[in-house]
Design a protein around this ligand. Structure first.
Ligand code: PG9
Length: 639
């Protein structure tokens, strides 16, 4: 800590000509509708965590809304400076109208090791146990923080809610383990839950290479002062030139970063990942605190987490505990529920679904649990937005299909010869059928139309909406297979996780498989001409072939042998409207979002050498007995 300004003022270097800067400036409070307090809260091991507390003027018996973050508590509570608390609390993690109109005390805290807090930083610090031998974790830190707040903020009514998005969504799940009695509700939004299965670091074993700069900036220093330096405007070029992800990281000095070393040492789904997955942790805990999970249908970062936690809790909890479980599914990108959500990229939703969420769903939930008079709330266990038809539905559980509870039925949609797609299984007499393409790691399929602008939230960055990009450009490539139904005459409603059953072979000894479920718009669309022929992916994901027989241990693939690859696609809640077509695309790279599979089996792809990257001939089968299909959770098929 530098005491230099103090010394300067007390002992000016030139007493006849002192500094014009006061030793300590006290900001004025006149006209402010809130009071701001900056405190250091002691944890049980003596480490102090920096915490910003904003108290509305005149507040009495107010509930506390706490967010814990690795993203700088000061910055998150001062996106703009204003005498009005509501104006100051704008942006990430701040569901502004809900916080301000609810009259809550807003508390934002730096987690240990980040920004103004003391202590060591560990990425998504696992719970105390084999992965974390220390006596502290994010659960104990939240407990100690809540304990301090209810004893030291006299304007509070002793009721605390925790909410946050993404990393801060993960930090909203951790207090559910041995919760403090004053914790009355949590709202984990787009939480990071399992870094390997389908959230930030890997999807089904394929590494999200585009996150290397995040790891670099977030872990190289306490205050993110080292910025990733790009070497090309087009990410695709930079990642391709580097070779493997490990090579790029080495070039950038990431061998010094503890978390990067752990990622590179654990490419498979071993206990390092499975033991810290929050859905597994929470499945063992009775759910005693009302919890509203918020999931985005087009979450470009953590599309897996909220649904995995919902499934785990819905499955394993006692009936009495299930009453505490709520789920909201919205048509959003990662975190868009706190922004204007009338549209996402080119896709329009007919109303501001973000505002609806904040005012009609989040606000009554928080009020019910955090206000002294506990106003009645009339929320069903699940609120889900139906894309395509653009309407909210109220459900008793997920997936229950419709308000009357018409459980979706797994219905296979088959890949057929000549690029067709249909609900009829291939006939026995159909000759051995397959389609093939050459996957060349020297020319991987881009995940967006190039140049794929870097990950980021402001200005030119369009990363948050890449999942709704038009997929048309890719269906035209010779290394992407496309299958399509005839024009639909009736609506087809899909509600849940589609499951891929791909029968495929590769001439290599390892391979990635990307499968996309796409809504193809009519050739012309009245009222929004640019949507004519648009290919909107409603659910898509990647699977790294080496994990076909088990996620914890990679195995080489037998070349040229048709094998079944089965994996779940992310949750969708979509109606394919009459006049539209359903399309499936299959490809073997998705670059540079995911690192390239060398297509030659190597023990650890992070350290693949340039000679390992080989072209492969890929075949996708659609004959009887070798049929590839996607099991669609259909609410109704009126074909
Ligand atoms: N998706 C981001 C993240 C979460 C957890 C770990 C790493 C990254 C986030 O938006 O916070």
């Amino acid at each position: 800590l530098c005491l230099c300004p103090l010394l300067t003022a007390q002992n000016p270097q030139y007493p006849d000509y002192p500094s014009e800067t006061p030793a300590r400036f006290v900001p004025p409070t006149a006209g402010m509708d809130y009071e701001s307090r900056d405190v250091m809260i002691p944890m049980r091991d003596g480490v102090k965590l920096h915490t910003v507390i904003l108290v509305p003027k005149g507040a009495k018996h107010a509930g506390i809304l706490l967010t814990r973050t690795p993203y700088d508590a000061t910055a998150l509570t001062s996106n703009t400076q204003s005498v009005h608390m509501g104006v100051r609390l704008w942006g990430y993690d701040n569901a502004t109208e809900t916080i301000v109109e609810g009259g809550y005390i807003r508390v934002v805290q730096d987690i240990r090791g980040k920004y103004g807090s003391e202590g060591d930083y560990v990425m998504n610090r696992p719970m105390h146990g084999p992965l974390n031998p220390t006596p502290v974790d994010e659960s104990t830190d939240t407990y100690d923080t809540i304990d301090w707040l209810v004893k030291n903020v006299p304007e509070s009514n002793g009721k605390v809610g925790v909410l946050g998005i993404s990393y801060d969504g993960f930090l909203s799940l951790t207090p559910l383990v041995h919760p403090h009695p004053a914790l009355k509700c949590v709202v984990p939004m787009n939480p990071m839950v399992d870094g390997w299965r389908g959230d930030d670091w890997f999807h089904n074993g394929a590494f999200r290479e585009l996150n290397i700069p995040y790891i670099y900036e977030q872990t190289a220093s306490r205050t993110n002062e080292y910025h990733w330096q790009s070497s090309s405007f087009d990410d695709y070029d930079m990642y391709l030139r580097a070779g493997s992800a490990g090579e790029l990281a080495k070039e950038r000095g990431m061998d010094q970063i503890g978390f990067w070393k752990k990622v590179a040492e654990h490419p498979a789904y071993d206990s390092f990942w499975s033991d810290q997955a929050m859905d597994r942790v929470l499945a063992k805990e009775p759910l005693t605190v009302p919890t509203m999970l918020v999931a985005s249908l087009w979450d470009q970062e953590d599309i897996y987490g909220a649904m995995a936690v919902y499934r785990a809790l819905e499955k394993d909890q006692a009936e009495s505990a299930k009453k505490n479980l709520y789920l909201v599914l919205g048509p959003w990108h990662h975190g868009q529920e706190i922004e204007d959500a009338s549209s996402l990229g080119a896709i329009r939703f007919g109303s501001d679904t973000g505002y609806y969420f904040r005012m009609q769903i989040l606000a009554p939930f928080l009020a019910h649990y955090l206000k002294d008079d506990a106003p009645a709330m009339h929320l069903p266990p699940v609120m889900a937005f139906v894309t395509g038809e653009n309407r909210w539905e109220k459900l008793e559980s997920w997936p229950s299909g419709c308000e009357q509870g018409c459980k979706p039925k797994e219905t296979p949609l088959y890949l057929e010869a000549d690029g067709k797609l249909g609900f009829a299984a291939p006939a026995v007499e159909a000759s051995a059928g397959f389609d093939e393409y050459v996957s060349d790691p020297a020319k991987p399929v881009p995940f967006r139309v190039r140049p794929d602008l870097p990950v980021g939230y402001t200005g030119i960055y369009t990363w948050p909406r890449w999942l709704v990009d038009d997929q048309r450009e890719f269906s035209g490539r010779t290394d992407v297979l496309s299958y399509s139904t005839d024009v639909l005459k009736e609506p087809v409603e899909v509600s849940g996780e589609p499951t891929v059953h791909l029968v495929a072979s590769t001439s290599g000894t390892d391979s990635d498989w990307v499968v996309k479920l796409i809504d193809v718009y009519p050739d012309e669309v009245a009222g929004q001409q640019e949507m004519g022929g648009y290919q909107l992916a409603v659910s898509m994901d990647i699977f790294r072939g080496r994990y076909r027989e088990g996620l914890s241990e990679p195995k080489a693939i037998e070349p040229n042998k048709p094998l079944t690859y089965q994996f779940a696609l992310p949750t969708t809640n979509h109606v394919f409207l009459p006049g539209h077509r359903i399309m499936v695309q299959v490809q073997s790279s998705w670059f540079p979002l995911y690192d390239r599979n060398p297509q030659t089996f190597v023990p650890n792809i992070f350290f693949a050498k340039s000679g390992d990257y080989q072209k492969a001939t890929q075949r996708v089968y659609h004959a009887a007995g070798e049929a590839s299909f996607i099991d669609l959770p259909l609410v109704s098929v009126k074909q």
